[in-house]
Design a protein around this ligand. Structure first.
Ligand code: AMP
Length: 194
């Protein structure tokens, strides 16, 4: 049975880093819509330029574009056993689109939503230190603030959505990378009945 796991949490919560580790442990791919959009940077198409401008501002790429991209990715052979979704869904529309898509095209459903809980100050510190280390152009202070606000307005309501569906699991996202991995594996291990 394919397993679809969603990672929720504010920007800078460590979802990408932890998703890679979880992907290795579970043997299913890490699908990051942010990484996919960043990869469009090298493309010289009108859509790629629009996506770049939106990312630089900290806003969200239109749902239609995003959902279609995810649908394509989930159709690839390596996703047959499920995926870890990082950065998607980002709002209620995308969450409902994902549910419909999984049911209709993949005979599956979201199995768990893992919420990385990190205070505002910690997320801002992490984003700013990532900006220095990785030089990501969407990691300026202004953009980080806007992304946090977009998270609160658009993405945070998903916590209630998945909680109501009985799928929400909380992960303490504070600590070193290894410490957070331990918190994460405790939660996932419990889900696997280990
Ligand atoms: P992330 O790496 O997940 O923080 O995403 C970086 C940026 O990519 C976001 O600030 C958005 O501009 C865009 N993005 C990523 N995922 C989505 C999504 N599911 N819906 C809309 N925009 C997204």
């Amino acid at each position: 049975m394919a397993r679809y796991i969603i990672l929720l949490g504010p920007p800078g919560a460590g979802k990408g880093t932890q998703a890679k580790r979880l992907s290795e442990k579970l043997g299913i791919p890490h699908v990051s819509t942010g990484d996919m959009f960043r990869a469009m940077k090298t493309q010289d198409t009108p859509l790629a330029k629009r996506v770049q401008a939106i990312m630089a501002s900290g806003g969200l790429v239109p749902d239609e574009v995003t959902v279609e991209m995810v649908e394509d990715r989930l159709s690839q052979a390596d996703a047959a056993g499920g995926v870890i979704l990082d950065g998607f869904p980002r709002n209620l529309f995308q969450a409902e689109a994902l549910d419909a898509l999984l049911e209709k095209s993949f005979g599956g459903q979201v199995n768990e939503a893992l919420l990385f809980e990190v205070p505002f100050e910690v997320t801002m510190q992490r984003i700013m230190s990532r900006a220095t280390k990785e030089g990501r152009s969407d990691d300026t202070f202004e953009t980080a603030l806007r992304r946090y606000r977009v998270y609160l307005e658009s993405t945070a309501p998903l916590v209630g959505y998945y909680y109501a569906n009985g799928l929400l699991k909380r992960v303490d996202g504070v600590g070193t990378i290894d410490e957070v991995t331990t918190h994460l594996m405790d939660v996932v291990g419990a889900l696997n009945g280990q």
